[in-house]
Design a protein around this ligand. Structure first.
Ligand code: MG
Length: 436
């Protein structure tokens, strides 16, 4: 169980008449900011309704459930806007952080729609914005059509490209990150980061130990900077991480479906589509554990299959061939490779009864090196031919002592284990499994 300490602050600002931001610090496991917009009371209704529904619908500690809860909240705001003419056109951003359980341990699930932000301040690192803004300005910036300086003062920087309540379906960005003791997260509405630059956000988050104090000071700074919008800050500290001690160093493999973002950060899995308006990909992150495990299993199986094939082939090569040679002044058929191969020593298969002295002179050198034959039958044919050559060449000798032509063939039944057949069979089975 990840243990958090959180504090929040919100303010209407110095220009607006009502505060349409809502925030949530729920039972130490779900934290969120929603920045409502539209109409008279619409913005307030949209942001508070979204967080109420999110809390109810997030009934399981998983990122997939968190994403579904955001969709449920979207539907609720959309339905409400359609049912009440005074609320027509209302919508809200939603950025949330939740303690989630995965097969690889505790993680922090993050979801985002709109331009509220989640930042992380980690020991020894700069402040990192983990969410991606769904705003016109952010799109222009990503496309390189405006500079970061132009973005800060762009007249249309309030225009969102995604929000809850606008359509029946909504694309939800989601991420999972490792909880590391000492990490401090900031969830905030644009009323904060449009008034306070990142250097001051960082300095303030570092200066105050108590998250509530940090949140309060951030809101004060935003008002000091102009307070042109509602301001909300939720500060969340990770006090203890994981159920099996500190799992901070366990790497996470991204579950991303090849959108190119997977490799950008070794310790985080992100599953959102890179661009705006893409289909919601959130639930895929929930499948990170099983998919990762299955891929590893397949990989190991394929590797074992490959090893078995190689061992089988080597065994076949080392054992399942024959050669004819001269041994102890006699022509003998051996099973294996001349001189042995790897761990396989040749074994005697048949002694032919042909004396080395009777072998035609031009064949002695070849036989001494060993004459390879693919099968026992081929080796026996070779020996038969050799015997005929000898009989053709030296009939007189054969008549004299009658010995060499008597062809007393001794078959030696080798007691070597039949590894070839076993090895080949195993290889075939494993490859079949891995391929299927
Ligand atoms: Mg705002």
């Amino acid at each position: 169980m990840t243990v958090f300490r959180a504090g929040a602050a919100t303010d209407v600002g110095r220009v607006r008449s009502n505060n349409q931001d809502s925030h949530l610090v729920h039972e130490g496991e779900l934290f969120a900011v929603a920045d409502g917009m539209g109409g008279h009371q619409g913005g307030e209704v949209a942001s508070s309704l979204a967080l109420t529904v999110l809390t109810e619908a997030h009934d399981e500690p998983s990122t997939a459930t968190l994403v579904r809860a955001v969709r449920t909240a979207n539907q609720a705001v959309f339905d409400r806007a359609g049912a009440d003419p005074e609320l027509r056109g209302m919508g809200t951003t939603l950025t949330a952080l939740a303690d989630v359980d995965t097969r690889d341990g505790r993680r922090l699930g993050i979801v985002n729609v709109g331009d509220s932000r989640l930042y992380r301040l980690r020991e020894g690192r700069d402040l990192e914005q983990l969410t991606e803004d769904h705003s016109l300005v952010a799109s222009l910036l990503r496309q390189g059509r405006i500079t970061p300086e132009e973005a800060e003062t762009h007249p249309q920087r309030n225009i969102l490209t995604r929000a809850l309540g606008i359509d029946e379906a909504v694309a939800v960005d989601s991420w999972e990150v490792e909880p590391v003791v000492g990490d401090r997260f900031l969830i905030c509405s644009d009323g904060l980061f449009n008034e306070v630059d990142e250097a001051r956000l960082t300095a303030t988050l570092r200066r105050f130990d108590d998250p509530a104090d940090a949140a309060g000071e951030l809101v004060r700074l935003a008002n000091e900077g102009g307070g042109r919008d509602n301001i909300t800050a939720v500060v969340v500290d990770v006090l203890a991480a994981g159920s099996e001690g500190d799992t901070a160093q366990v790497p996470v493999v991204a579950a991303s479906d090849g959108d190119g973002d997977a490799g950008e950060s070794a310790d985080e899995g992100r599953s959102n589509p890179a661009g705006d308006g893409g289909p919601a990909e959130g639930p895929t992150s929930g499948g990170a554990g099983p998919r990762f495990t299955w891929r590893v299993a397949l990989f190991v199986l394929a590797l074992l299959g490959l090893v078995a094939v190689v061992v089988g082939a080597l065994t076949w090569y080392g054992r399942n061939t024959y050669f004819v040679t001269i041994d102890d002044d006699e022509v003998v058929i051996f099973k294996g490779r001349p001189g042995g191969f790897l761990v396989f020593d040749p074994t005697e298969e048949e002694r032919t009864g042909i004396a080395a002295d009777d072998v035609p002179a031009d064949q002695v050198a070849r036989l001494e090196d060993g004459v390879d034959q693919p099968t026992l039958a081929a080796a026996e044919d070779y020996v038969d031919n050799l015997r005929e050559d000898i009989e053709d060449e030296e009939p007189a000798t054969a008549e004299q002592d009658g010995g060499p032509s008597s062809s007393t063939t001794t078959t030696t039944t080798t007691s070597a284990p039949d590894r070839d057949g076993t090895g080949g069979g195993t290889a075939g089975d494993v490859v079949g499994d891995a391929g299927g």
